[in-house]
Ligand binder design. Structure first.
Ligand SMILES: C[S@@+](CC[C@H](N)C(=O)[O-])C[C@H]1O[C@@H](n2cnc3c(N)ncnc32)[C@H](O)[C@@H]1O
Length: 250
């Protein structure tokens, strides 16, 4: 059963508070090269999820410090980055470099854009991890033009269900109910979101999107996870830690 929450104020406070430390710790990995997906920094060239964005109108939902947006703008896309947190947006503005693109403060569940505004909407642990997917997916579908693509990477229900809060690591034991994941309490009242596989399919199809692929990024056995400890260390080589959905609006 879904717990109805307005997570916007708490998530905004949370990201404002952790932004500086988060970027210090993670920007070197996220921004090491263009187009790296997820906690194992797997190149898009390997996964082939996003495709050519040259000349396309692209929206990054929950862009953080904009490592992805910066790279796509440099490739010739017309990019907009939206994020809830002014501290994260400030980090993106500082890191923007020559290929500048607009930044907008706002929430993935209440997108301030007209219908049919974008050719590609995407995120990597962004607005579809930190806003309720039942609200944010229909918003993403609304702002896409026909033929446009929604591509996003989130943690897998496997990873969430096996994550042990006590020891802060993914384990080989089921720690939490799969059917109870839905809203995941983060620190200080912040909330992230997860759906069952069936609910992701229903939410995407319910928003009128066609599911083209569900890529399960698989790191090599020695690939470091820059965020979470896992036990065993090669957990994500053996089980799917992330899911990268590739969809389009027909
Ligand atoms: C993990 S970061 C994703 C950015 C980048 N890909 C990364 O991995 O650092 C999550 C981002 O989502 C933003 N965020 C949280 N809730 C949001 C919401 N409701 N709408 C849009 N962005 C949100 C946060 O401020 C944060 O910048």
């Amino acid at each position: 059963m879904s717990r109805r929450v307005d997570s916007i104020p708490a998530n905004r406070r949370f990201w404002n508070r952790i932004s500086e430390a988060y970027q210090q710790k993670h920007d070197p990995q996220i921004g090491a090269k263009p187009r790296l997906w997820g906690t194992y920094a797997i190149p898009d060239a390997h996964l082939q999820a996003l495709g050519d964005v040259t000349g396309k109108r692209v929206l990054e939902l929950g862009c953080g410090a904009g490592q992805w947006s910066r790279a796509l703008a440099a490739e010739g896309a017309t990019v907009v980055g939206i994020d809830l947190s002014e501290a994260q947006l400030a980090a993106a503005a500082t890191a923007m470099g020559a290929a500048s693109y607009p930044l907008v403060q706002g929430a993935a569940e209440q997108l301030p854009f007209a219908a049919d505004s974008f050719d590609v909407v995407f995120c990597d642990y962004g607005g579809l991890s930190w806003a309720p997917p039942r609200l944010a997916v229909p918003q993403a579908a609304r702002v896409l033009r026909r033929g446009g693509r929604l591509v996003f990477n989130v943690a897998s229900p496997w990873f969430e269900a096996c994550y042990d809060e006590e020891t802060s690591r993914a384990t080989t034991t089921l720690q939490q109910d799969y059917f109870g994941l839905d809203t995941i309490d983060e620190d200080e009242g912040a909330v992230s979101y997860q759906l069952t596989y069936g609910d992701w399919i229903r939410v995407l199809r319910g928003a009128g999107l066609v599911i083209d692929d569900l890529i399960e990024p698989r790191p090599g056995p020695g690939t470091a996870n820059g965020y979470n400890r896992t036990d065993p260390p090669d957990w994500a080589h053996r089980w799917p830690a992330e899911m990268l959905w590739v969809t389009h609006k027909p």
